[in-house]
Design a protein around this ligand. Structure first.
Ligand code: OGA
Ligand code: MN
Length: 281
């Protein structure tokens, strides 16, 4: 196994490993360390079934089942489908326009996701890329005064607000049901969080944020938007251009990500597993 680090410290490329094969504890420990060191790992040229994808994910912890149940694989609800395929009746097979805003997965839960593992089955010849931004680097680049100011604040995160914004935009998303909305009430998390495994500080905001605890609605919304823009800006980024067979794993506790659009005449079909995480502190 070989891990090639990017100059930015975000996104390690791991070659010489078959994620579909049984993996001993030493090999897993090496991957786990690389994950903590690089925040994003790229495993090219993988050929894995949903069962193997789930089994590899399970090495890291418990899996999440996504709230949008119509986009889960029927036999494997741990797998969320991102796709522009349609069923014979015209219904979407997966989320077609997933994540086209900077965010950290499931930040709207009391216990947001630790990590996500996205496996590309088919990708368009160009675009449909995913960008990542290091929230360690974004935090480190702040002035001491700004670090101090942000450390006292908590942001409000809400899934339904974002979902309905996206529904309005592209018109490809179904409205959330009352039951789905009830399952994801607004929560708040510290804007500066400490990574529970590395002990390093990171910024924790993004596209599910609707405001700041204690601020007027509009002021809070503008504050989190501006901070998310800063935290996802160019110097902190890694751009991933997909090939079919790539499995990309990212740490939601210290990296944000954002998908780009693509020409819908091409198929983009991916499976995602998601790891449960702990309440941010
Ligand atoms: C996700 C996501 C981005 C993409 O799976 O969490 O945001 O590029 N996807 O599809
Ligand atoms: Mn996402």
């Amino acid at each position: 196994m070989e891990v090639t680090r990017q100059a930015t410290g975000l996104g390690g490329r791991v070659t010489g490993v078959d994620l579909g094969a049984p993996m001993d504890d030493a090999a897993f420990a090496e991957i786990h360390k690389a994950f903590l060191d690089n925040s994003v790992l790229i495993f090219p040229e993988q050929e894995i079934t949903p069962e193997q994808h789930i089994a590899f994910t399970r090495r890291f912890g418990d899996l999440e089942i996504h709230v949008m149940s119509q986009f889960l694989l029927p036999d494997h609800p741990e797998v969320l489908v991102l796709s522009n395929d349609k069923k014979p009746n015209g219904d979407a097979v997966g989320i077609e326009d997933a994540g086209r805003y900077w965010h950290s997965d499931l930040s709207y839960l009391e216990k947001p996701s630790m990590a996500s593992l996205l496996y590309a089955i088919e990708v368009p010849p160009s675009r449909g890329d995913t960008m990542f931004a290091s929230q360690y680097a974004a935090f480190d680049a702040l002035s001491d005064d700004r670090k101090e100011e942000l450390s006292k604040l908590r942001a409000v995160h809400h899934f339904g607000s974002r979902w309905n914004k996206e529904t309005g935009k592209a018109g490809v998303r179904p409205k959330m049901s009352a039951e789905e909305l009830a399952k994801t009430p607004p929560v708040d998390h510290p804007i500066v969080r400490t990574h529970p495994e590395t002990g390093k500080k990171t910024i924790y905001v993004g596209g599910f944020c609707t405001g700041v605890v204690g601020m007027e609605e509009e002021e809070g919304a503008a504050f989190v938007d501006e901070l998310s823009d800063y935290a996802s800006s160019e110097p902190f980024r890694y751009l991933h251009q997909w090939n079919a067979g790539d499995l990309v794993m990212w740490d939601n506790r210290c990296a944000m990500h954002c998908a780009s659009d693509y020409d819908p005449q091409y198929r983009r079909h991916m499976n995602r597993t998601t790891l449960k995480g702990d309440a941010p502190f």
